[in-house]
Design a protein around this ligand. Structure first.
Ligand code: NAP
Length: 436
């Protein structure tokens, strides 16, 4: 039997225990996993899962140092004490399975370096895309491809809000408040609506796709707070939907761009059809072409499915090499490279200003003659070519002008906007959204 300690018995911890305690009809290796201890914060909290009370403890340190335990499953979330407990487990020679994207995106370097030194695995399938298998596919099944781009809808809360804004025509703040009441958004929605959660996840995917570590602070994150019902309606008229996309792509000179921002997605693209809390990840590479992975990005059962799949992978390795500790001289070289983290250098990141994008911009202007001409002149002077420019109506006494550009340099676009902001006829620029 392989003994495991589980840290956390909340949504995902409960789903994990439920799968492990009901193994019939699933992979036979599940029957060789034994839950030794479960760590929680409040011992008296009623638990929906049937688990002997003497397995549960609030002393999480005693779990990560327990000599009988082979694998620690970290499902408490957040940075601390999750990070310290994982490092302590690794130092005590235990493999780690985690669903914690925040700690991996910010401290993955420290955690994977420690794991390689100790000759243990840190597995994180559940950290991105919930139940969608994407981590192991990027490491293994798709690993022979030269990956060009990974584009994901990887935050269920924002996709739920944008989908409802599209279907109902409501404003962001009203739908967020409703989503919070229904339990689809946290009381503090910052990590989701400001794109930070998607930023953590795309940093992890970029690291796997491009084989180098990513500094989390180099990931550009722009959320959906400024998206209005007006923009959603314009997107619809122009044959787009607005999605919060997380994008990692190889650009010129081998550099990598990793970013999260709301994006106009043409309605005929597969990502445009991913609605509600669902997630999808489009992977483009050579020679494979395109693969899109789609499924439930969160939830107890779906996320636990990913957690337990990682457990199975480690149990399979342990079963093939049961006396591993007696034969290891050099821990990191004894690890299976299809499961371990094999890169240690940092990826060269492209600054946002070096990219080319197409933009949708909405201006509110004084109702005076010649404004469209002035906008065209300013954009032209900064090499920003325009695909369409239309005055569509009024917001109060301000004329509303919508511009869609061709693919232009982000730096040129910024300098054009700086000049346009100084024009007397321009009242404000309520929306600037990139177009896929
Ligand atoms: P959750 O429902 O809030 O559960 C957290 C669990 O950890 C609870 O059992 C809590 O104990 C325990 N805990 C928290 N802080 C602790 C501490 N300082 N000491 C001891 N125990 C502590 O969280 P969750 O939704 O299951 O999420 C767990 C992880 O999975 C997170 O990293 C999250 O990002 C990730 N994840 C979640 C989902 C999802 O659908 N929920 C999807 C993908 C990834 P008590 O029960 O005693 O309060």
């Amino acid at each position: 039997m392989v003994k495991i300690g589980i840290l956390g018995l909340g949504t995902v911890g409960t789903g994990t225990v439920q799968i492990l305690r009901d193994p019939v009809g699933r992979h036979h290796l599940l029957q060789s996993i034994e839950i030794q201890r479960v760590g929680v914060r409040s011992i008296d909290k009623p638990r929906v899962v049937d688990i002997p009370a003497d397995l549960i403890t609030t002393d999480l340190e005693s779990i990560v140092t327990d000599p009988e335990i082979d694998i620690i499953v970290e499902l408490i979330g957040g940075i601390e004490p999750a990070r310290s407990l994982m490092l302590k487990a690794i130092a005590h020679g235990k493999h780690v399975v985690t669903a914690n994207k925040a700690v991996i995106a910010k401290f993955g370097d420290e955690i994977f370096t420690a794991a390689n030194q100790s000759g243990v695995y840190v597995m994180l399938e559940a950290a991105v895309g919930g139940g969608i298998p994407v981590i192991q596919p990027l490491k293994q099944s798709l690993g022979v491809n030269r990956i060009h781009r990974v584009t994901g809808i990887i935050n269920g809360t924002t996709n739920y809000i944008l989908t409802r804004m599209t279907v109902e025509g409501g404003e962001f703040a009203d739908i967020l408040a409703d989503a919070q009441q229904l339990g689809y958004a946290e009381a503090d929605p910052t990590a989701d609506v400001d794109g930070l959660d998607a930023g953590d996840k795309i940093a992890i995917l970029a690291s796997l796709a491009f084989g180098g570590r990513i500094k989390r602070e180099d990931v550009y994150c722009e959320g959906i707070r400024k998206i209005s019902a007006t923009d959603i309606a314009y997107a619809d008229k122009l044959n787009f939907v607005i999605k919060l996309l997380a994008i990692a792509e190889r650009v010129e000179d081998g550099q990598v761009s990793v970013r999260v921002h709301p994006t106009f997605v043409p309605k005929d693209r597969p990502l445009a059809t991913v609605n509600g809390v669902y997630n999808a990840i489009l992977i483009e590479g050579e020679p494979l072409g395109q693969v899109m992975l789609f499924g439930p990005g969160a939830g107890a059962g779906a996320t636990a499915s990913a957690v337990v799949s990682d457990l199975l992978a480690i149990v399979g390795v342990i079963n093939c090499n049961p006396h591993r500790e007696e034969v290891i001289d050099s821990p990191s070289t004894s690890l299976n490279p299809l499961l371990s983290c094999s890169h240690s250098h940092y990826t060269d990141m492209a600054p946002l200003t070096s990219l080319r994008s197409s933009f949708y911009v909405r201006f509110l202007c004084m109702d005076v003659p010649g404004v469209i001409g002035k906008l065209g002149t300013c954009f032209g002077a900064h090499h920003v070519s325009i695909e369409s420019i239309v005055q569509t109506g009024f917001q109060g006494d301000r004329a509303e002008i919508v511009v869609v550009t061709h693919d232009v340099s982000e730096a040129d676009f910024e300098s054009a906007l700086a000049e346009i902001r100084g024009l007397e006829a321009i009242d404000s620029i309520p929306s600037i959204i990139r177009v896929l």
